[in-house]
Design a protein around this ligand. Structure first.
Ligand SMILES: *Cc1c(COP(=O)(O)O)cnc(C)c1O
Length: 356
């Protein structure tokens, strides 16, 4: 694959954010990667261009039937001056997992990696330097064929955009309060919960707004069949420390297979901790919070890495996890993963891809 690069002119260059107020998802870098697909021809015309709005036919199939997938990963300025991408192979594989579920064409993992590396090279000066900051990268695929009627599109666009992400914990690594959704669900068995596809998110907004109105920051999702087993928290995976065991729900099709989830599991196993993937009922969690069996709970995801949970609300009751402060394993995992991401510690699992 030969990526054509068209660099932006100085007047096309985008405004830089205030380094003290970068936030998340608010600023796009100067360039984007694009590549088209047509049935019978395959992927063609890989290129980097100045960031710009897309032109889409109003009948483009993504706008009507939501054949869309995306992913999210980060590039970091490493301690040694290089640029590192975190677990890009795993993200490339997940893009293809999502593509399969949505009947969209696969992309060779090497080409996904090359697309992302090419963009990061061109926009390397958009990777912020301050501690805890990074460049967030959003690969996306959409169905572009202009046609109404529900069927598989014959044309697609794959594009990659990026933008600086500020430190997630500027005010400290503090636990959140989450609210159990006990009427609404995110994904059912046989559905598309394990794919990162836009259709999984809009229907959750209504539920998360209700949680926010009640004073919580996120929703804790239960399984769709019995509303009994814990699945995910917001757009993150969930872990509990039950006595001395690290427990997370198994991947059985309804849960997004988080790359951070996998990193937590690998690290914890390498530390010889007792780790198990098994169904966890909400009753077990609530009871365990009351009697002290639940020592810690945290969410895992690319944006926050590890996000400690201090309180869980269910109906009108709140239970507090341990003493409501951040637990030692949450701190250790956050410290270790971020140290590897920023190249402050060796990378024993080969998670970092260096971009030169
Ligand atoms: C992206 C996402 C996650 C976390 O995945 P990471 O690869 O760790 O960022 C978890 N759950 C949902 C629903 C997600 O969309």
């Amino acid at each position: 694959m030969n990526v054509q690069v068209t660099r932006c002119t100085p007047d096309q260059s985008r405004p830089r954010p205030d380094p003290n107020d970068i936030g998340f998802g608010r600023h796009a870098s100067d360039h984007m990667f694009l590549m088209e697909y047509k049935e019978g021809r395959g992927w063609y015309d890989p290129r980097i261009e100045p960031y710009r709005p897309l032109e889409l036919d109003p009948a483009a199939m993504v706008l009507h039937y939501n054949q869309q997938i995306f992913d999210g990963l980060k590039a970091y300025n490493l301690a040694d001056g290089n640029i590192g991408l975190f677990r890009i192979d795993r993200h490339a594989d997940r893009i293809n997992l999502s593509a399969d579920r949505l009947m969209m064409p696969r992309i060779e993992p090497d080409q996904i990696v090359l697309a992302i590396e090419s963009l990061v090279r061109v926009d390397r000066d958009w990777i912020p330097d301050a501690p805890g900051t990074s460049l967030y990268i959003r690969p996306t695929m959409i169905a572009t064929e202009p046609a109404l009627g529900v069927r598989v599109s014959r044309r697609y666009l794959f594009y990659v955009i990026a933008g600086p992400a500020g430190a997630y914990y500027p005010e400290g690594f503090n636990p959140t309060r989450i609210y159990v959704a006990n009427e609404n669900i995110r994904a059912a068995k046989g559905g598309a919960g394990e794919a990162k596809t836009s259709g999984n998110y809009a229907p959750t907004l209504y539920v998360s707004q209700d949680a926010v109105d009640r004073g919580y920051s996120q929703v804790l999702w239960l399984d769709a069949k019995e509303l009994k087993y814990v699945e995910e928290v917001g757009t993150s995976n969930i872990f509990f420390v039950l006595d001395n065991q690290l427990v997370t729900p198994p991947l059985e099709g309804t849960i997004l297979p988080g790359v951070t989830r996998d990193s937590v599991l690998q690290l914890a196993r390498s530390w010889n901790l007792d780790v198990v993937e098994r169904p966890v009922s909400i009753d077990e969690v609530l009871e365990g919070c009351r009697n002290g069996v639940v020592r810690e709970a945290f969410a895992s995801g690319t944006a926050a890495v590890v996000s400690p949970i201090g309180q869980i609300g269910y109906d009108d009751e709140d239970v507090t996890i341990s003493d409501g402060t951040t637990g030692p394993l949450s701190k250790r995992l956050y410290g270790e993963i971020t140290a590897i991401q920023y190249g402050r510690k060796p990378d024993p699992f080969g998670w970092i891809t260096r971009v030169d």
